[in-house]
Design a protein. Structure first.
Length: 885
DNA sequence: GATCCGACATGGT
DNA sequence: ACCATGTCGGATC
């Protein structure tokens, strides 16, 4: 449940009048499982045996009071708490008129009227595992209020079809009454006092108010009532379109009034609009693109290196020279700022505000030098350009630019005497175009002549290839026409491509926040060889960091920031978690180094045995048995035992656990198909495959006893069951220095589609894969799941350069692998555990270090200075090998 | 037929 | 809710 909804639910409970179930209902909305509550009601879990008390271990001690003094009961319970073996988190005593509560951990006390309980919903958030301090830090008041406004959107959209323009007008009015454009709260108060509580006449009222704001004062009727006439004339087309009739209810009217009273709109910033759009969009099924707004700190990471730092440097250089300062004003007057995926406009707002501040600084300095200086606006909204696909976000963007303008006018007014820009009438709010940026010619939106100074920035939508719709796909296919592998590109690549074309033959620079996927694994070769063909240079970059903003339900993605120029420079800035540094070149992996690109190669480059993909059930879980399920099945039907195999994926390798899978040969199916467990499972697989989106899966629905994809190893005529397989977990945590690979027996094991296997491989190959040389390679070129290693045979194994290795060294490597395996076994804990750097047993670490050294020596006859040197050598070897082919 | 990835997915606390 | 850390199966070539 969304936190803000707790308040509503508690209101329901409090208004009920029947409080027999009160504490159970409260516990339930804070996430106590139903089963626990049932057992609590029956008394099993109730630590207190008195019938007016409910005491749930570690959660609550509740007492209902009738004819006693509330406080003395409360103090009595408080005293008793220390004699309990486990303390409840909360103490609650109530007679349903007054409620007393205490948070035992923080010692905070609540003493309130019972009906006010909804307002204090956050007091009990610890039940949901959220400590109060965290809640307040993570959810600034304005974000909470914005979510409240988003609820208005949802309530209204239930009764009405087109509400976007109305909401934008409403936002304007709320902003205006908080910033002196209207009289303080005059809009909200008018609604409160002049309209009916049931909301029935609100539409007529708003229609009149909106209409009047489109009429110049001097054209208004003389006998216009004061409640209408007090609203000013607002031009700029915001109110020129007639109001479309809407249906309001008591609830929506209340939400509008609350929005006016609870939120200070004068302090508005992109977080408010951004989280509002995000909250609105996640409710219904609108397009999810363009709804992730970028936080202000992250916007600064983009625009500072892109232009802000330079402009401040120019300001400092001109500081004592009034002529140069005037030149700088002339320069900033011409700059264009372009966000081709602008959402609610937050990048543009921040860029605009920062530019206005530069202007203020320059004017102030000019006044100091000259004694006086006549203020003329140099930065205006029409220098802003944008494209947005979502209608509501687009409307909000127009409004929020105007609001930013107003805020900066105020700031200017406060900072510099006699420098005034009028707030009304509204100016046209920038050049924001509505539509799909990948269908547009960007130069039609934002003209870019060679002598222009233009900055392109933003946070375009990301979508991996297997989640794209047909429209997304055709956009990317069209833009990357003729590019091999274009079907694998993320949706954001469209912006990078059009952006790289936009900046050709100009000094224009560009920077986007992007998913880190485009700088890792298979996409690197496809996207970047195409961009580098256009002589694109990465002039600054932030390496991977976790995405976050103030809204709830943050997107789960790790991002990078990439700045591009269309000309070559050796002054490039790389931001890593250790800080920033100047480098000669930033490559497609966002690493300081040459522009190498490692391709996903299908065949082992050095003649080693192939690394094969595991077996994919595509079964909806029907073929897979948890350990207990397996035991139950074979206890009931012992003859089933021979149809099971151990089933191993990454998780199992790392945790040292097993699951089991059904592994039924085609001609054996008849023997067991009537067994109830089997037929049950077969049905499950069949149904699941039938409803699959993929045709290839549906085609397997009538062979439910079989995995959909079976590794070639198992299709051989004579399988050597005594052989072993090197198993590499495909996904594993980056906090481990070595990916814990292992050997498993082929006798009874089936590998899942989340591990790779080298079947029947020599042990020394495992030694190569476990070596620091290989891990250095993997860390540099492997794909990632966020930041986890995402191993793949094509990039990590097939392309990995392997030198000539003498038999003597091979023997040595083999010995050391055995030493590693011994050390693992001796420790006994799971591989996942012992491969944590802090957990690694000494002899295991030692064995690894010995192995690292022996493998290092196969590449170079002296010690490496570090991993950078290792990587440089590997890349050199790779380039040589690939060029030879 | 064989992958490689995920504005992720899910269990643990 | 957050944190840690790897499932599962679609879509592609």
């Amino acid at each position: 449940m969304v936190i803000i909804e707790l308040e509503d639910k508690i209101t329901e409970i409090v208004n009920k009048g029947d409080y027999h179930e009160f504490i159970y209902e409260i516990l339930e909305i804070y996430g106590t499982p139903r089963a626990t509550i049932t057992r609590l009601k029956k008394g099993n879990l109730n630590m207190s045996k008195k019938n007016d008390e409910v005491h749930l271990k570690r959660k609550v001690w509740f007492k209902r009071v009738e004819n006693e003094n509330l406080f003395s009961v409360f103090i009595e319970l408080e005293r008793n708490i220390n004699s309990q073996s486990t303390k409840p988190r909360f103490l609650i005593v109530t007679d349903f008129n007054t409620l007393l509560a205490k948070d035992i951990k923080t010692d905070e006390v609540l003493d309130i009227q019972f009906i006010d309980l909804p307002k204090y919903f956050d007091f009990f958030l610890a039940w949901k595992g959220i400590e109060k301090a965290e809640f307040e830090r993570e959810n600034p008041a304005d974000v909470k209020a914005a979510e409240r406004f988003a609820r208005l959107y949802n309530v209204l959209s239930k009764d009405n079809s087109k509400i976007d323009l109305f909401l934008v007008r409403l936002l304007f009015c709320l902003f205006a009454e908080d910033t002196g454009i209207f009289r303080q709260l005059s809009f909200t108060n008018s609604i409160k006092t002049l309209t009916r509580e049931d909301g029935k006449d609100l539409n007529d009222f708003l229609k009149d108010v909106f209409r009047i704001m489109d009429i110049d004062k001097k054209d208004r009727l003389n006998d216009l009532p004061e409640y209408l006439n007090k609203f000013p004339y607002v031009n700029g087309q915001l109110f020129s379109e007639p109001h479309q009739d809407l249906v309001f209810s008591e609830k929506s009217r209340k939400l509008i009034i609350e929005a006016g009273e609870l939120l200070d709109w004068s302090q508005i910033n992109p977080d408010i609009f951004g989280s509002m759009i995000q909250a609105v969009s996640t409710r219904d099924n609108r397009s999810h693109l363009g709804v992730h707004y970028t936080s202000v700190p992250n916007i600064m990471k983009v625009i500072k290196p892109l232009f802000l730092d330079n402009l401040y440097k120019a300001f400092n250089d001109a500081y004592d020279d009034d002529f140069k300062l005037e030149m700088l004003l002339t320069r900033i007057n011409k700059i264009k700022f372009f966000d081709p995926a602008c959402g609610s406009g937050n990048f543009l707002i921040i860029a605009y505000k920062e530019m206005r501040r530069i202007e203020i600084n320059i004017i102030k300095r000019l006044k100091e030098i000259r004694g006086d200086y006549l203020y003329m606006p140099s930065i205006t909204l029409d220098q802003l350009y944008g494209i947005e696909i979502d209608e509501f976000a687009y409307e909000v963007a127009l409004l929020s630019l105007w609001i930013a303008d107003h805020q900066m006018n105020e700031e200017l007014n406060n900072e510099i005497d006699n420098a005034v820009r009028p707030t009304l009438p509204l100016n046209i709010s920038g050049n924001i175009h509505r539509g799909n940026a990948l269908h547009m010619n960007w130069k039609n939106v934002c003209p870019n002549d060679p002598e222009d100074e233009v900055y392109v920035f933003g946070n375009p939508p990301y979508l991996g290839h297997h989640r794209q719709s047909d429209t997304h796909k055709s956009d990317i296919r069209r833009i990357f026409q003729g590019v091999r592998g274009n079907g694998y590109l993320d949706y954001i690549c469209g912006w990078f491509y059009l952006g790289s074309e936009f900046i050709q033959n100009s000094n224009t620079t560009l920077a986007f926040v992007s998913t880190n996927s485009i700088c890792q694994g298979e996409q690197v070769a496809i996207l970047w060889s195409e961009l580098f063909l256009k002589r694109i240079n990465i002039h600054f970059a932030y390496q991977s960091f976790k995405w976050s903003n103030s809204a709830r339900n943050n997107a789960g993605v790790t991002v990078v920031i990439i700045g591009l120029t269309a000309y070559k420079t050796e002054q490039n800035k790389l931001f890593t978690s250790y800080g920033e540094r100047q480098v000669k070149n930033i490559n497609a992996y966002l690493i300081d180094g040459e522009n190498v690109i490692v391709r996903d190669i299908k065949k082992q480059l050095y003649g080693l045995p192939p690394m094969l993909f595991g077996n994919k059930p595509s079964d909806g879980g029907g073929l897979i048995f948890e350990f207990e399920e397996y035991i139950q099945a074979i206890e009931k039907y012992p003859y089933l035992k021979k149809y099971f195999r151990k089933y191993i994926g990454s998780d199992e390798i790392l945790k040292g656990s097993y699951r089991y899978c059904l592994w039924i040969e085609e001609d054996c199916y008849d023997e067991i198909k009537d067994n109830p467990i089997i037929s049950d499972r077969m049905n499950m697989v069949k149904l699941n495959r039938e409803k699959s989106k993929a045709k290839s899966t549906r085609e397997w629905a009538n062979k439910p006893y079989k995995f959909k994809q079976i590794s070639p190893f198992h299709k051989q005529a004579n399988i050597d069951l005594d052989s072993y397989t090197i198993v590499v977990p495909a996904v594993s945590s980056e906090s481990r220095f070595y990916i814990p690979m292992d050997l498993v027996s082929n006798k009874d094991t089936i590998l899942s589609n989340r591990v790779y296997g080298i079947y029947g491989a020599d042990i020394w190959i495992l030694g190569i894969l476990l070596s620091r040389m290989h891990m250095t390679w993997v860390r540099a070129v492997a794909g990632r799941l966020e930041t986890r290693y995402s191993y793949s045979s094509g990039v990590c194994y097939n392309a990995f350069p392997i030198p000539e290795i003498s038999q003597k060294r091979i023997n040595l490597i083999e010995e050391l692998v055995l030493e590693i395996l011994d050390a693992r076994e001796e420790d006994g804990r799971s591989l996942g555990e012992i491969y944590y750097p802090s957990n690694m047993p000494n002899d295991l670490l030692l064995a690894h270090q010995k192995l690292d050294k022996v493998v290092d020596r196969a590449y170079k006859n002296r010690d490496f200075s570090g991993d950078e040197e290792r990587l440089r050598l590997l890349i050199e070897l790779y380039s040589k090998k690939v060029n030879l082919r």
